[in-house]
Write a protein that binds this ligand. Structure first.
Ligand code: FES
Ligand code: FES
Length: 154
């Protein structure tokens, strides 16, 4: 049994401690936002926030997050149902194409803005290592700047 917090709710999960967190989230908790892409910590499709850090959940065993706070893209939406600044910016810039990689990008962008409120293009390129086969990178960059501006006005 592993105890942790997922999207603000305390949980006791009865699963193998070696099971990758990605599969715990998708199979045991029904959180389908985090996606399986490469399985080797390269593409970023599975990224979640673990204690605020953008982390690939495909290579993170459940046992490693005992007592931690895990936030998936589902957990970024505010309690009143409104979207986070990053989620809203993604819509306003019409970022997604197929959409598969986007939850991981939104998680990575959220972590970036939490540590660097006004990132430069160089900051973005350095911090966001996710892979998008559809090539949405220019719009992702615009959306991050839009979200940064929205946060500055909040
Ligand atoms: S599926 Fe985890 S980084 Fe690609
Ligand atoms: S939007 Fe299709 S892979 Fe990124």
């Amino acid at each position: 049994m592993v105890s942790l917090t997922v999207n603000g709710s305390r949980m006791d999960i009865d699963a193998d401690e070696n099971k990758p967190l990605l599969w715990v989230l998708r199979e045991d908790l029904g959180l389908l936002g985090p996606k399986y892409g490469c399985g080797i910590a390269q593409c970023g499709a599975c990224r979640v926030l673990i204690d605020g850090e953008s982390t690939p959940s495909c290579v993170t065993p459940l046992g490693a997050v005992t007592g931690a706070s895990v936030v998936t893209i589902e957990g970024l939406t505010r309690p009143d149902g409104t979207l986070s600044d990053v989620q809203q910016a993604w819509i306003d810039e019409q970022v997604p194409q197929c959409g598969f990689c986007q939850p991981g990008f939104i998680i990575a962008a959220t972590a970036l803005l939490d540590s660097i409120p006004q990132p430069t293009d160089a900051d973005i390129d350095e911090a966001i290592s996710n892979i998008c086969r559809c090539g949405t990178y220019p719009r992702i960059r615009r959306a991050i700047h839009r979200a940064a501006a929205a946060r500055a006005q909040a």
